[in-house]
Design a protein around this ligand. Structure first.
Ligand code: ATP
Ligand code: MG
Length: 490
């Protein structure tokens, strides 16, 4: 036993028979902190006074019987795992106690090995729970409101609205252009709400094929359809008591919209292919980069669902409309990436002004990418305007997603920030289809700019754009770029 248990959990043994108390104490001491108690009516007091992880509970005790103790534990929501011990003649009682939340039961006289196996399982369960809790705390920590930037009046208004509704169960609809922070706000809502100790789950309705969304959301039973080889628990169920983030909800098919509406109204559903009615208490936060009202007018989004979702609308303004936040974002991301990459980089005043005045079509996400690239690219401690401009220019060229061939994509991945290459916004790519420059041309220009910036030092340039020297030479050859030190400019 000692070898299995690394952490010491606290066990309370409640039995009126001294022989059993002593036997169990001897058995478990060394692996647990063990205390004993001999009366039923003092158990609850002991559990609330001292922290215990496991209770071994004899069902027949003077003062208060075990079933009553279990009921009280449940009513007080005490966080403890209970193993019940019962005399052989009342197995029915044991079953009742399981229904009341006991973890397992043993019938007297029992084999101590059996108890050890049960305890081993409990320890594993507790270890796992502790791990998950620690993780949650960590994740929760990084999503406090304090990590969300927004001093501008428009963002202050967003925070004020959130403050009012965060601890209610209200559905929240976040509308904002791509990159305005819909997801980070959705997480902030969850991790600042009284649901934070329960799961936050998200589903992106724009990337999951529509015929799979139903089973993602509601789950399915084994054999519900071809390929359903096992039961699957849907996100609605997993996130019960927590929050479910429905991202890009405008992409939901009409059929799925109807199913979602029903769950929002009735707070229950059946898994696909199942009859059991599953009741859930899942808070919904939805997001869209399209104006859903327009879609309602056009008849592509159900009006009733829109009203259900739009209980608390949050509109995230484009970055351009909250310019006073840009300097904060610059410092925030500079700090983030210099720490992450262990570099000491700052921006000169001109660069800062230029970035603050830029129109940021890709909003905060684009600003974040630009700062990241500057931190990675810069060989000097202070970044100057020309490299800022060149990175931004590259960003501008970097929009035509549909024209990128997969083979080309692989080939140019090192110069294009991954987020924009893999972007799922097909609308964007269609509107950019008139793009005239080829990717080769863009890459050529980029390399030329970088070479110039690094004073035609091939090693430095290769390092800065994250390719090997060999690749760099191949590219120079491919694009016919001559290395000349053009020192005299005027
Ligand atoms: N107010 C903010 N404070 C700090 N970081 C932010 C803020 N807004 C956005 N970000 C950061 O900008 C990036 C984009 O934000 P997010 O993914 O939440 O946007 P989005 O609206 O969901 O974008 P998309 O429509 O592209 O999915 C993320 O890295 C996020 O952490
Ligand atoms: Mg998003």
């Amino acid at each position: 036993m000692n070898t299995i248990i690394e952490k010491y959990y606290r066990v309370l043994i409640a039995d009126d028979e001294k022989g059993i108390r002593d036997l169990l104490k001897d058995l478990l001491e060394g692996s647990f902190y063990v205390s004993t108690i001999d009366r039923g009516d003092t158990i609850i007091e002991e559990l609330t006074k001292n922290k215990y992880d496991i209770l071994i509970l004899d069902l027949q005790m003077p003062g208060k019987n075990g079933i009553e103790v279990l009921q009280t534990i449940r009513d007080l929501k005490l966080d403890i795992v209970v193993v019940v011990i019962t005399a052989s003649n009342d197995v029915q009682l044991a079953i009742t106690s399981m229904k009341l939340g006991a973890y397992d039961y043993l019938v007297k006289p029992f084999d101590t090995d059996k108890l050890l196996v049960i305890l081993k399982n409990i320890v594993e369960k507790l270890d796992l729970e502790n791990e998950v809790n620690e993780l949650r705390e960590k994740v929760g920590e990084s999503f406090r409101f304090k990590n969300i930037i927004g001093r501008s009046p428009k963002m202050q208004r967003v925070f004020a609205t959130l403050e009012r509704v965060i601890d209610t169960d209200s559905t929240i609809l976040i509308i904002g252009e791509s990159g305005t922070g819909k997801e980070i706000i959705a997480k902030a809502i969850h991790y600042n709400s009284n649901r934070k100790q329960y799961p936050f789950k998200s589903i992106d309705c724009s990337t999951i094929p529509q015929d799979l969304i139903g089973s993602e959301l509601f789950g399915h039973e084994k054999g519900a359809f071809t390929g359903a080889i096992a039961r699957k628990i849907g996100k609605f169920e997993v996130a019960s008591k927590g929050t479910l983030f429905l991202d890009e909800i405008s992409n939901l098919s009409f059929d799925m919209q109807a199913k979602l509406l029903r769950v929002l109204q009735e707070k229950e559903f059946e898994r696909i292919g199942g009859n059991e009615v599953i009741k859930v208490d899942t808070r919904i936060v939805a997001a869209s980069n399209r104006d859903i009202r327009e879609m309602v007018k056009q008849g592509t989004f159900r009006e009733d669902l829109y009203y259900r979702l739009n209980v608390v609308p949050i509109y995230l303004p484009p970055l351009q409309e909250r310019k006073e936040d840009i300097p904060l974002f610059i410092d925030y991301f500079l700090n983030k990436f210099t720490t992450e990459y262990g570099r000491n980089i700052s921006l000169d005043l001109q660069s800062r002004l230029y970035l603050t005045d830029y129109h940021w079509p890709g909003n905060v996400r684009q600003l974040e990418n630009v700062i990241k690239r500057l931190v990675l690219l810069s060989t000097e401690h202070v970044v100057k305007l020309d490299i800022v401009k060149s990175v931004l220019e590259f960003e501008e060229y970097n929009k035509p997603k549909a024209t990128i061939q997969d083979t080309e994509r692989e080939h140019i991945n090192h110069v294009i920030p991954e987020d924009s290459v893999n972007s799922k916004k097909i609308q964007d790519s269609e509107s950019q289809a008139h793009q005239v420059k080829t990717l080769d041309e863009i890459e050529k220009e980029y390399i030329e700019k970088m070479l110039k910036y690094f004073d035609y030092n091939i090693s430095l340039t290769a390092k800065a754009i994250n390719v090997s020297r060999k690749t760099m030479h191949n590219k120079l050859k491919k694009y016919n770029i001559a290395i000349k030190k053009t020192v005299i400019e005027n």
